[in-house]
Design a protein around this ligand. Structure first.
Ligand code: PBG
Length: 320
């Protein structure tokens, strides 16, 4: 008897033996909203992606809901930036207004608010600066305030992305104190200092004035350290945890999933998206297939949910 693995690779049979299937249900669409815009503007570094006005954002969320995309994550771009990132916890800040607006125009799409100071600080770092460094403990109360203002505006989930130590604990406490004990935290627990965030800088205008983020984001060389990061966030009350970026860190996604079995998110970041879409634009590869393969690899590695700029396209293609 010869074991012929190819027997199961015929078209119909392939379908029933497939181990991994990405569904629209797994996907979370990141959206950018810019308070200065009257109508949407293209993001040059991210083919097919837009920076929205409040108006067009609300429409986009409605469309996504109709397409069956279960959740969006919001990034705000605000005119005024200052040393302490006040825009992040301004009750009338852009993300707060955006969350409120989407809640008015949709029925059950989940609104996740990215929670970080970097889009609102004049220096572009993810916390307040002391002696040319991001001061961890001084930043925590501001993150707590931002979380409460986002929850108050209608955000269903808050997603701290600044990699401050004890951010999850501080945010949990602030939310609980203000009556938002039911608001879950999706923590960017293992976030690497990655060059793959490059295109996002243009999208969110969140470049930094000096230094880099290696003082708070993780070293790409480390995987065991990611287990510590995730463990601490879980102990502090994270409800869901994230690994970011996704494809260069598939091993980390797998380790985290096996170790904790928590609802695990992976962020296919701007650089991962633009690499594929940019190459597809040049005709160097088949964008749709490459995206499908990339998302499948992320899910196969253990991700329960994937943040991807391709969510809308994926949903559309699936519906067709
Ligand atoms: C900010 C933030 C970044 C991203 C999400 N939140 C940029 C950074 O940390 O430098 C990147 C997302 C992407 O590249 O798609 N805290």
């Amino acid at each position: 008897m010869m074991r012929r693995m190819r027997r199961l690779r015929k078209p119909g049979i392939r379908r029933i033996v497939a181990e991994t299937r990405v569904s629209t249900d797994d996907l979370i669409m990141p959206l950018f909203v810019d308070e200065r815009l009257e109508s949407p503007a293209k993001i040059g570094s991210m083919p097919g992606q837009l920076r929205h006005s409040l108006e067009s954002l609300a429409k986009e969320a409605e469309e996504l809901e109709e397409l069956g995309v279960p959740a969006v994550i919001l990034f705000g771009i605000q005119e005024e930036k200052d040393e302490v990132g006040s825009g992040a916890y301004d009750p009338r800040g852009i993300v707060q207004r955006a969350a409120e607006r989407i809640k008015e125009t949709t029925s059950d799409i989940v609104v996740i608010a990215d929670l970080c100071l970097c889009e609102y600080t004049s220096h572009g770092h993810c916390g307040v600066i002391k002696n040319q460094e991001v001061a961890n403990d001084e930043t925590l109360p501001l993150l707590g305030k931002a979380a409460v203002s986002q929850a108050r505006a209608g955000a269903d989930v808050v997603a701290p992305s600044g990699m401050m130590d004890h951010m999850v604990g501080a945010i949990r406490e602030a939310l609980d104190d203000e009556g938002f004990g039911d608001t879950p935290i999706l923590s960017y627990a293992a976030k690497y200092a990655s060059s793959f965030y490059g295109p996002f800088r243009e999208a969110a205008e969140s470049g930094y004035a000096f230094g880099d983020r290696s003082g708070y984001q993780m070293d790409p060389a480390n995987a065991l350290e990611a287990l510590w990061e995730v463990r601490l966030d879980i102990e502090e009350g994270a409800d869901m945890i994230m690994v970011k970026p996704a494809m260069p860190y598939l091993d980390v996604i797998r380790m985290v999933k096996d170790e904790f079995g928590m609802p695990t998110a992976a962020y296919q970041v701007s650089g991962e998206y633009s690499m594929i879409m940019g190459a597809a634009e040049r005709g160097w590869l088949d964008g749709e297939r490459a995206m499908g393969e990339a998302l499948t690899s992320i899910k196969r590695a253990g991700a329960d949910m994937i943040l991807t700029y391709y969510a809308k396209e994926f949903a559309k293609k699936t519906q067709e």
